[in-house]
Design a protein. Sequence first.
Length: 283
Amino acid sequence: MKHAITLLLFLAILGCKDTSDETVVEPENKSVETPRSDRLQKIPVLNFATFHMGQTSDANSTEFDENDRKNQEDAKTIAAMIAQFKPTIICVEVPWEENEELNQEYQSYLSNPEPTTYYGEVGLVAFEVGRLSELARLYGIDHKMGYNYMIGEQIENAIDSTTYKDYFKDPFKFDTELTINLDSLPLLDKLKMMNHPKFLDFLINVNADILAFAGTENGFEGADEAAKYYQRNLRIYSNLNRIPMTVNDRVFVLSGGSHTAFLNEFLNRSPKYGTVDVFQYLK
């Protein structure tokens, strides 16, 4: 009881705090670069969703010929847009343990900035952003973990097979704004769609949360597999936190859309980072 009273008093004090000298940030606008005060200054992060522009083991892939010259030029144009953010740190979806190889490839690119398909979007976009930003290195923050996203098809689903099957039959019918065929869009429009908040929410649902509708009578098989994907993304976030940085840094993160979606959740609640509106630069 004593602890409960103390907590209530603490919350009451917070509620009475004088905020006359602070800039109030509206709840609906989380993409803010300007801190309310030096005490609350956060590191700005441009958390950018993309698809894999090369070969991928992902269950779903987007049609894109990474060797096509027009596609390479379009990717370079996107990189120039992102470089306007002026990042001091760039993080990409390359495993942490491959950082030495990543930076050897990056140094080769700096010496001869011709399009490279190393890790698809990493070579085509991130390397060019780094070059334009005059950065000496990049950071791989990925952490590989397997999970069985097909678990619902492999068990006798006693939780809610109706919702599970109906969703996977046509997941986009639950939000008509997402019915556009990504493969039919130019690269810029494709990336705009992928960075839309509703699309990012969709990626969390289709990759993880929907699995909670699948499980045997007394089991949680679907939820347990979804938890592995949450765990993988939390470990990616932990790798981001390993990088030495200060409030003077500006961080650009380039990764597959589902990782971007999870990272946004973590970053928006973080005491250290502040997310930046992607659409300030994706024009």
